[in-house]
Ligand binder design. Structure first.
Ligand code: HSE
Length: 434
């Protein structure tokens, strides 16, 4: 049986997970694929760095160039992460015509065009299934499974850390800072947590999905990105009363004109009755609406050594089949099929809104606020002023009808300046997902 040799850079948690998974199911993969897959060299930071699964000493090196330059290695797996040396490693491997498999969402998101062009120039392939939603085969599904579809909407819970924090805030009624500190103590959230909490990890993943689904490169600078720091337990509670759950949602939605899409990441109120509202803890999910297939849902672990290993080995299998068949028989990893695609500026996007104000409890306050919304042509669909709040200021919650984000931004800026408003207005968008 033909053999495909793997080199890997990164032998820590995820790397040893990939090695272990191939040991566990390599024979099964060979039987399924008709090609044997074997590790030849693995570059590690240090031979004795902590790793959950053993890697034989004979396979390890501390020199990544030894792996990239080995002519016997056909496929390079990059698990270093970041946008610095990982880029150099991948470009070096592609320049030699090697197929590259990466889990690096930040790198693909920020340097995708350069990397895919380098791969195309050499007739090599760059695979990145593990970069979005870990073990969920969302890339392969968009690329191959849904090849006959146009996508009107994709909604993703793509960051496990944020979903874990928001889930605990909702279920335990505790505030953001408390859950974050606990999540860091337990190793669920990184220190510093900014990349996850401020929405950038979700931005990278959402941008990759948007580019793949719509066939033009979505620059990460064009993705409206807001993290979860401003979500408080009180918002969770009011959202729940109104029939909603707050999730950090990656949104990729076709808006008119037809070639334009919304690509954004922000905390979003979604109906409790929608299946995405039940995606809890560190789990990820992607809701994909295709014009032919209809609505589909993917659910699974978005991170972790084993889920990531499953995705990496799926890419390795594709690469192995390419090598076995002497060509690229499947849909290529990224195809720019829509040259004139466009991301709609956030100001032009129409949303519904949840707004929480902190106001002086005095007659006429609501009239002042609603006059500003009314002048901006923003309709109010419901108002709650909960009883039992006493003191200097009380919460006032408004649900607002569809309005452009620019109008909303300007109206809120005016409201914030009213003397009866006691702290910065809180605003989240609402998605009905229908
Ligand atoms: N930090 C990511 C998350 C996992 O919390 O989902 C890696 O992409």
């Amino acid at each position: 049986m033909q053999q495909v040799n793997l080199g890997m850079i990164g032998g820590g948690t995820v790397g040893s997970g990939v090695f272990h998974a191939l040991q566990q199911n390599g024979d099964l993969m060979a039987a399924r694929l008709g090609v044997k897959i074997a590790f030849r060299k693995i570059a590690v930071k240090a031979f004795d760095e902590p790793r959950p699964y053993l890697i034989p000493r004979a396979l390890m090196t501390t020199d990544w160039q030894e792996v990239v330059n080995d002519p016997q290695i056909h496929v390079l797996i990059e698990l270093v992460g970041g946008t610095g040396i990982a880029r150099v490693m991948i470009l070096a491997a592609l320049a030699q015509g090697k197929t590259v498999v990466t889990a690096n969402k930040a790198l693909v998101s920020m340097h995708g065009p350069e990397l895919f062009a380098a791969a195309a120039k050499q007739g090599a392939n760059l695979y990145y299934e593990a970069s979005v939603c870990g073990g969920i085969p969302i890339i392969k599904s968009l690329r191959e499974g849904f090849v006959a579809n146009q996508f009107s909407a994709i909604y993703g819970i793509v960051n496990g850390t944020c979903n874990y924090i928001l889930t605990r805030m909702k279920l335990e009624g505790v505030d953001f800072a408390v859950v974050l500190a606990d999540a860091q103590k337990q190793g669920y959230a990184e220190t510093p947590p900014d990349l996850d909490i401020d929405g950038f990890d979700a931005q990278h993943k959402t941008g990759i999905l948007a580019s793949l689904a719509h066939g033009f490169w979505v620059d990460h600078h064009n993705i409206q990105t807001e993290g979860i720091r401003d979500v408080s337990k009180i918002d969770m509670q009011f959202a729940e009363k109104l029939g909603y759950t707050i999730k950090l949602l990656g949104i990729i939605k076709r808006v008119s004109p037809k070639s334009a899409i919304q690509v954004s990441v922000y905390p979003t109120l979604i109906p409790n009755a929608h299946v995405l509202a039940s995606v809890n803890g560190v789990f990820n999910a992607c809701f994909v609406r295709g014009d032919v297939v209809g609505d589909t849902l993917f659910y699974g672990r978005g991170a972790g050594k084993d889920a990531t290993a499953s995705a990496v080995l799926s890419d390795v299998a594709d690469a192995a089949l390419d090598l076995k068949n002497g060509g690229k028989v499947r849909v290529p990893p990224f195809v720019a099929h829509a040259k004139r695609g466009q991301v709609v500026p956030m100001d032009e996007i129409i949303s519904r809104y949840y707004v929480r104000l902190s106001v002086v409890d005095r007659p006429g306050v609501l009239a002042k606020i609603s006059a500003i919304f009314s002048a901006a042509k923003i309709g109010i669909s419901s108002v709650i002023q909960p009883e039992g709040h006493e003191g200097e200021s009380v919460p006032l919650i408004l649900m607002l009808h569809d309005a452009p984000n620019a109008a909303m931004r300007k109206a809120l800026a005016k409201i914030a300046k009213l003397p009866v408003i006691k702290s910065k207005p809180v605003m989240f968008r609402v998605e009905t997902l229908d």
